[in-house]
Design a protein around this ligand. Structure first.
Ligand code: SAH
Length: 387
């Protein structure tokens, strides 16, 4: 007997509209074990698709197929193979990139990142977690990696009743792995680094920044120097700011490793430092703002907007006329229009006329699935101070 879940009329409508998530409120009946692949039926008992089932999360179903197309382990393996072929076709100028971006690869709640010969996997729902052995087998077949690490420590796993674990699933994982992004070499700590080690989604924005970056540059919220090291190829001097001592140590080590002595890292709070620099009358030709997500949920949007406006306003004042500001928000809860409004307000309050030179998003290996706004999270505007 296949496991089945019956959805309400509203649930059926949502599935037909193409959204892969069905919430608990739209579930009518369940005959399935936690994490099973289930047949999804409409209120009139017609089969409308197959999905991953969770008995804990508000997101009860994550659709794998619609109509009567069945879903099994073979489908998961085939989709991973397709996702990999797409990434290989992108011919990215990097040895680290995202191989599977969850919903956008029709593999909901699965993340796979490649760091050279090593792979990092996250299974963020009960269903995908149960499929982890299939994921590992498929990756070993396709790529013969030297090691596969499960970075299953994100907090969201708690919503699924899953433990937070970091474990080696295949081969071995060294303390640091060397990867290249464009001209930059990074030593990455896959076990402890943020996300899966690097902020891979910013790769193409770092590349774009070099089209404009000159003179004296300031990289705010630098982490391990992703932007700073890239800017150093076209700028005379780069200052990288991060509040974390570990991050600052990594920026310094990476700067040394890349032979970029004109990158200087400071352990400071960006909010305080921007004010201090303004008081001191400092000026920059290039500024990057890549803060962490200030709005982690809807309730924090108002405070987040104030935070984004504050740093953008200060950065605009520090910019020389003709200078460039690359400003980002990775908060899904602040959409492009709202972020544009923040930039507008910051421009008014700082009395700084700016133009939008480019509107960008996450890298092509993190594509947005049309109709699923949750997959469009990174906004990146390249602004130019006109005078
Ligand atoms: N720009 C980076 C990614 C930034 S992640 C890249 O391209 O890889 C956000 C970083 O902001 C983290 O390293 C975190 O330590 C830092 N951070 C968070 N709040 C901060 C604050 N108030 N001041 C300075 N750094 C902060």
């Amino acid at each position: 007997m296949p496991s089945t879940v019956v959805v309400s009329a509203r649930g059926e409508q949502r599935i037909r509209a193409g959204h892969p998530w069905i919430y608990r409120a739209d579930i009518a009946a369940v005959d399935a074990t936690p994490g099973a692949i289930v047949e999804v039926r409409g209120p009139r008992e017609r089969t409308i698709g197959h999905a991953l089932f969770s008995d804990q999360s508000q997101i009860t179903l994550r659709m794998l197929t619609t109509g009567t197309t069945p879903a099994d382990e073979g489908l998961i393996a085939a989709r991973i193979a397709q996702a990999l072929r797409f990434r290989e076709a992108l011919a990215l100028d990097a040895t680290a990139y995202r191989v599977v971006h969850g919903e956008a690869d029709l593999l909901p709640s699965l993340v796979i990142d490649r760091y050279g010969d090593y792979l990092v996997v996250q299974t963020l729902s009960q269903g995908m977690d149960r499929l982890l052995p299939v994921v590992v087998r498929t990756l070993v077949d396709l790529l013969q990696p030297a090691g596969i690490l499960a970075r299953n420590d994100p907090k969201v796993r708690g919503l699924e009743g899953l433990d937070q674990v970091v474990e080696v699933l295949h081969g071995s994982i060294p303390d640091t792995v060397d990867v290249r992004e464009g001209p930059t070499q990074f030593a990455v700590d896959l076990r402890h680094g943020q996300k899966t080690g690097l902020f891979l989604d910013q790769r193409e924005n770092r590349e774009a920044a070099t089209r404009y970056a000159t003179g004296r540059a300031l990289d705010c919220f630098s982490y391990n120097g992703g932007f700073a090291l890239r800017l150093a190829h076209t700028c005379d001097q780069v200052e990288a700011l991060d509040v974390s001592a570990d991050a600052v140590a990594r920026i310094r080590a990476n700067a040394e490793r890349n032979g970029l002595p004109h990158v200087h890292a400071r352990e400071v709070n960006v909010f305080d430092e921007l004010r201090r620099l303004e008081r001191a009358g400092e000026q920059y030709d290039t500024i990057v703002l890549d803060p962490p997500a200030f709005a982690k949920n809807k309730a924090s949007v108002t405070n987040a907007l104030a935070g984004y406006k504050e740093i953008n306003l200060r950065a605009m004042r520090l910019l020389r006329p003709g200078g460039y500001l690359l400003t980002c928000s990775c908060s899904y809860n602040i959409d492009e229009a709202l972020f544009g409004e923040v930039v507008h307000q910051a421009s008014i309050d700082s009395h700084t006329p700016v133009t939008i030179v480019e509107k960008r998003t996450q890298g092509r290996d993190h594509p947005v699935l049309v109709g699923v706004p949750e997959t469009y999270y990174l906004k990146c505007f390249i602004l130019r101070r006109v005078e």
